[in-house]
Ligand binder design. Structure first.
Ligand code: PBG
Length: 323
């Protein structure tokens, strides 16, 4: 005899009541803001498809990071746009590469800010693929060497967390081994463990200038249809030594965030990717969605599904709103 004894609406009668029984709360400390570092000085170029996000030179990134810190945001993840690209992605692991310089500069000005780096090659190769291309495909094992060198160079510059996003087999193990061999036992790895070949990375490739010049990424990123395979990818990355794992994109893959939360006892991140951000911003700019509510509802859903950490382009406005 549930009704009229049970009336769930009783707990929704006022904001005070709703606030009391709220199951999911957001905290700026759980957000990571992605930043795109470009050459030059005083450069702050807005990304067309990602309003309020910029390609920034190192000096501007340093300023941005001071603001990120003052808002209580969890940290930043750095992506680099090198001066030149080549077949061997040399810019990715150059000791004085764009990301390595940015890490040092940010570390100097905001020593306590958590710095995470994306470890991948697509922004650094002339063809835009995530590794060494041999016979028209990305060669897994050669690419592992580049990734390991890149991770070590980031750790050496002062990164707290390296986050491999390439989806090569065995990369977490290769990176862990290389970090340890170079004395970086304390550098953590957040693996982009379940990363899908998604249409929602479109705007990012404009931001990072990393669109593949031929073919696509389906021989290394996962098929969006495969959930069980995602769990296997996460298991493998944890076995290889990942400290944290990530599901990417977020909103179209909430089922996997939920399953990962149930199955694994490590921190779980989700990446609310560029296309997820751009869709909302486009609708907002058309007057079709309310900005703050769309932002907070998606972030709440991702958290409710089980992600404790969210990489999001909404980090600053969401942190401001949370006060
Ligand atoms: C690098 C990388 C990508 C993203 C994060 N790291 C692009 C890709 O795989 O094509 C996407 C992030 C976003 O869309 O916001 N491999």
């Amino acid at each position: 005899m549930p009704f009229p004894t049970h009336r769930p609406r009783r707990l929704r009668t006022s904001e005070a009541m709703r606030r009391l029984v709220r199951e999911t709360r957001l905290d700026p400390a759980q957000f990571i803001l992605p930043l795109f570092v470009c050459p030059g000085e005083g450069v702050r170029r807005e990304i067309g498809s990602m309003p309020d996000n910029y390609q920034m030179s190192v000096d501007q990134v340093v300023k941005e990071c001071a603001e990120v810190q003052s808002l209580g945001i969890g940290g930043v993840i750095l992506f680099g746009l090198p001066e030149t690209k080549d077949e061997l992605a040399s810019g990715a692991y150059a000791p004085d590469g764009i990301v390595q310089c940015a890490i040092r500069a940010v570390r100097r000005e905001t020593p306590k800010l958590l710095i995470m780096t994306d470890v991948c090659n697509c922004e650094y190769t002339s063809h835009g693929h995530c590794g060494f291309v041999k016979d028209g495909d990305v060669d897994n094992d050669t690419t592992l060497d580049w990734l390991a060198k890149t991770a070590v160079s980031h750790a050496c510059a002062g990164a707290d967390i390296v986050a491999p996003s390439d989806m090569m087999d065995g990369r977490v193990g290769a990176i862990r081994e290389a970090l340890d061999a170079s004395g970086f036992q304390k550098t953590a790895i957040m693996a982009y463990a379940a990363k899908f070949a998604s249409v929602f990375y479109g705007p990012f490739r404009e931001a990072a200038e990393s669109t593949p010049q031929f073919g696509d990424r389906r021989s290394y990123q996962m098929d969006p249809a495969n959930g069980r395979e995602a769990i296997k990818e996460i298991e493998l990355d944890l076995e290889e030594g990942a400290d944290m794992i990530m599901v990417k994109p977020a909103l179209a893959y909430l089922d996997l965030i939920y399953q990962a939360r149930e199955l694994f006892h490590v921190p779980i991140g989700a990446y609310q990717v560029s296309g997820e951000y751009s869709m909302i911003m486009a609708a907002v700019r058309n007057g079709w969605l309310e900005y703050e509510r769309a932002m907070m509802e998606t972030l709440t859903a991702i958290t409710r599904a089980g992600a404790g950490i969210i990489l999001t382009y909404f980090s600053k406005p969401a942190a401001r709103l949370l006060g």
